[in-house]
Design a protein around this ligand. Structure first.
Ligand SMILES: Nc1ncnc2c1ncn2[C@@H]1O[C@H](COP(=O)(O)OP(=O)(O)OP(=O)(O)O)[C@@H](O)[C@H]1O
Ligand SMILES: [Mg+2]
Length: 368
């Protein structure tokens, strides 16, 4: 069942936290709401769940308007940041509670609870009370309570935030698998971009109550719609530099730190302003010889080994440093004269006035 929101706004007093959102969460897809703290992710999820009233706008599940329905009448399952378990019930009863109130017979209930507990690796804890569990174990019980039912829509708000790194990685796979088996529409809130990129069919990148881009993980990464999305997605963050669009021998070039390089051919530069912002991911920067054509000379400002890769920060102008992510075998001495070069097909260009990415030639443009 798809979820459609139309003109959805929410204010707390004079603080408008969601600004007239229009979007469709397609049926049986896994959609992530991704954005910095305070951007309105939880508020949007709570409105879809029916726990928060919209200031304006409409919500539809499968074409049926649900704004007036209470959470219990929406056939949703939810796991929240702050999960409340029933303190007097043991783990098995907590997980099976939703089935019990629906009149599911005891044998079937215990079978389903057992299956979910196995997936979540809490099979040995079924007779414990919540107070005798760690935070991560409680979180898995809360997940189990939602997973044991067959909801039309599965809402999750940072459900893995209390788990250690290893369990988190396992649970990412389990949750995705569970979503596919259940054939449900899942809406997942996180500020962890790795979770968003690995689990989602679609990612809605939010900032300040506005959806900045709503697209596949590949598209959000390869074709960020604006400077916010470009800077938010990717680690280490994308490098940005002010460049000047000029013409040399009839061909468009970008001037950066006194050097000129051919303008990337994938952009439509016809209406572009002279001053632009160039974006390049550290993974798309390589170390070059200072005399290489189109390379940008500079000095090594800092290096950092991050496992199999090394980050090399090169100062190419006053207050302008470009980070390259290279293989760890590549050495760099502090203050050495080096140069960086970019893969032109991987460059991004933005209009500094609007912050929007320049249009691409022959490409679709999608933005939220
Ligand atoms: N009940 C409330 N009353 C007043 N303001 C609220 C209320 N709930 C949320 N807000 C405000 O709305 C904004 C969005 O909050 P929300 O919880 O949706 O953010 P979030 O994106 O989920 O952040 P986080 O990643 O930190 O969980 C924040 O500025 C928050 O202070
Ligand atoms: Mg939140």
């Amino acid at each position: 069942m798809d979820v459609r929101i139309q003109g959805l706004s929410k204010s707390f007093g004079s603080n408008q936290v969601l600004k007239s959102l229009d979007m469709t969460f397609p049926e049986q897809r896994f959609v992530t709401l991704l954005g910095p703290s305070g951007c309105g992710k939880t508020t949007l999820l709570r409105m879809i769940a029916g726990l928060e009233r919209a200031t304006a706008g409409e919500i539809y599940f499968g074409g049926r308007r649900v704004d007036h329905l209470s959470p219990g009448d929406r056939n949703i399952a939810m796991v929240f940041q702050s999960y409340a378990l029933y303190p007097t019930m043991d783990v098995a009863a907590n997980i099976g509670y939703g089935l019990k109130v629906r009149g599911v017979p005891r044998a079937e209930r215990s079978e389903k609870v057992g299956a979910v507990a196995k997936v979540l690796e809490i099979g040995k804890l079924l007779s414990r009370k919540p107070r005798a569990l760690s935070g991560g174990q409680r979180q898995r019980v809360a997940l189990g309570r939602a997973m044991v039912r067959k909801p039309d829509i599965f809402l999750m708000d940072e459900p893995l935030s209390n788990l250690d790194a290893k369990l988190r990685a396992t649970m990412r796979g389990e949750l995705k698998r569970f979503h596919l088996d259940l054939e449900t529409t899942s809406i997942y809130v996180t500020h962890d971009q790795l979770e968003a990129m690995t689990m989602s069919d679609l990612v809605a990148v939010m900032d300040q109550g506005v959806v900045q881009q709503f697209a596949t993980p590949e598209e959000v990464y390869d074709r960020p719609a604006n400077l916010f999305v470009a800077g938010f997605i990717g680690s280490p963050p994308m490098n940005f530099a002010e460049v000047e669009l000029a013409s040399e021998n009839g061909a468009p070039v970008l001037r950066l730190a006194g050097r000129a390089m051919p303008a990337p051919p994938q952009f439509d530069l016809s209406g572009a302003p002279r001053a632009l912002v160039l974006g390049v991911r550290p993974q798309d920067v390589r170390m070059a010889a200072p005399e290489e054509a189109h390379a940008i000379p500079g000095t090594v400002w800092m290096t950092e080994l991050i496992g199999s890769e090394r980050l090399i920060e090169v100062e190419v102008a006053a207050k302008l440093r470009i980070t390259a992510e290279v293989r760890s075998e590549v050495r760099a001495t502090l203050n050495a004269a080096v140069a960086v070069a970019f893969d032109p097909s991987r460059l991004h260009l933005f209009d500094p006035g609007s912050g929007r990415a320049l249009p691409r030639l022959g490409g679709r443009e999608r933005a939220g």
